[in-house]
Design a protein. Structure first.
Length: 402
């Protein structure tokens, strides 16, 4: 058997970073930026008002109080988007709207709440220091500043920032397109009736959602029966649209493990036993250059295998470090046991309190038991040389996407 590290290293050494694409901003949501984006101009590009009010010379209202307001003539209105060049001299004011450019000569903005709201003449009842309610040019972003770094996954805030510096398009690493398929004669679609010996298919739904959580685009392919010709035909058909293929089921030691039968020796696909629980039977390789991950059929085994092997590979394909930073150190809240010689991934419930993480096992741990996985938010990772750990021990924990 190979170790978890050896199998992961084999995978990461085989997958390639996806070539970059030039996309419109909204098409790039969720993709990873392949180049730094810089600001061609400062933001804001001009001094502007932070409030609706009046642009003034601060010295003119230095003595203003509630009992002795200062009156100033209003020489005009300045609105957001005003492209004209405005100016005032001492002794005058201009009504100004939020975001409007500050007129030359003014050095403060008085909010309308400090005034009587006058149109021709305004009474101002409070003094304001120079710079009051003024957004200075470049106070947010300076010209030439990197506003979004390469390697950033683009969310709403990042797309807003890129639009704010005038970029309509960006170069990104696209989301990997991943086809997920479950195999098995016993599988039926949710909603269908079950005959004796049949179960509803859940793995492909779970793994397709996991692909999306990992930043990919998931396509759930219809369940394929345990017939070699149909399995191979399905795989060949999916190669035209897939950046990666994930199968679940048919990779162990049974007489009808059709995925292993079809793919063994095809392309570079090889099958191994990995020193881990759950998820010992694993397969991986390239089929016509496309990565193919063959995961076990037990639901928890499939999910853990995805988090340990497929998720890092999908990150690597997007130009990201395979280690997502999801691991933390936590204190065990109870005694745990582990099989000798295997890296054990226990479903756990992780919590953060008073500055440190604690974790406990999440119910029963059978590889077929989805109930405890559905209530877990972490995987407790116990090394191969550990057979038991008492409560209070420190362990590595992989946080699961929530």
């Amino acid at each position: 058997m190979r170790t978890v590290g050896e199998h992961l290293a084999d995978i990461l050494g085989s997958v390639a970073v996806l070539p970059p694409l030039d996309l419109a901003l909204l098409e790039a949501q969720g993709a990873v930026l392949a180049e730094p984006v810089t600001a061609p101009v400062p933001l804001p590009p001009f001094d502007n008002s932070a409030m609706d009010g009046y642009a003034v010379v601060a010295a003119d209202i230095a003595a203003a109080t509630e009992s002795a307001p200062v009156s100033l003539p209003v020489v005009g209105d300045i609105v957001a988007g005003d492209t004209g060049v405005a100016a005032i001299r001492p002794g005058l004011s201009a009504r100004i709207m939020t975001g409007a450019p500050l007129p030359a000569g003014a050095d403060a903005v008085v909010p309308v709440e400090w005034t009587d709201g006058g149109n021709a003449t305004v009474r101002i009842s409070r003094a304001a220091p120079p710079g009051n309610y003024i957004r200075r040019a470049g106070e947010d972003v300076t010209a030439g500043q990197v506003v979004v770094a390469a390697g950033t996954r683009l969310g709403a805030a990042q797309l807003g920032m890129i639009a704010a510096v005038g970029r309509p398009r960006v170069t990104v690493r696209p989301k990997p397109r991943v086809v997920v398929v479950a195999t098995g004669d016993e599988l039926r679609e949710p909603g269908e009736g079950l005959a004796p010996g049949q179960i509803w298919e859940s793995n492909a739904y779970m793994l397709t959602a996991a692909v999306v959580e990992a930043g990919g685009v998931g396509y759930r392919q219809a369940t394929v029966e345990d017939e070699p010709g149909k399995v191979m035909e399905m795989l060949e058909d999916q190669l035209v649209r897939a950046d990666a293929i994930v199968t679940t089921g048919g990779v162990s030691m049974g007489t009808r493990d059709v995925v292993k039968e079809v793919l063994a020796g095809t392309g570079t696909v090889n099958f191994h036993k990995v020193r881990m629980r759950p998820g010992k039977p694993q397969g991986f390789g390239l089929l016509e250059g496309t990565p193919v991950f063959t995961l076990p059929g037990n639901p928890v085994s499939a999910y853990v295998s995805f988090q340990v092997f497929v998720r890092p590979a999908l990150r690597a394909m997007q130009g990201l470090p395979p280690d997502s930073g999801a691991k933390v150190s936590a204190v065990l809240g109870e005694d745990v046991k582990s099989p000798a010689g295997l890296r054990h991934f226990l479903r756990g419930r992780l919590s953060f309190n008073r500055g440190f993480y604690t974790v406990t096992a999440a119910g029963v741990q059978g590889s077929h038991q989805l109930g405890s996985l559905a209530t877990a938010n972490a995987l407790i990772e116990l090394p191969e040389d550990v057979e038991a750990l008492p409560a209070g021990s420190h362990v590595d924990v992989m946080r699961l996407p929530s």
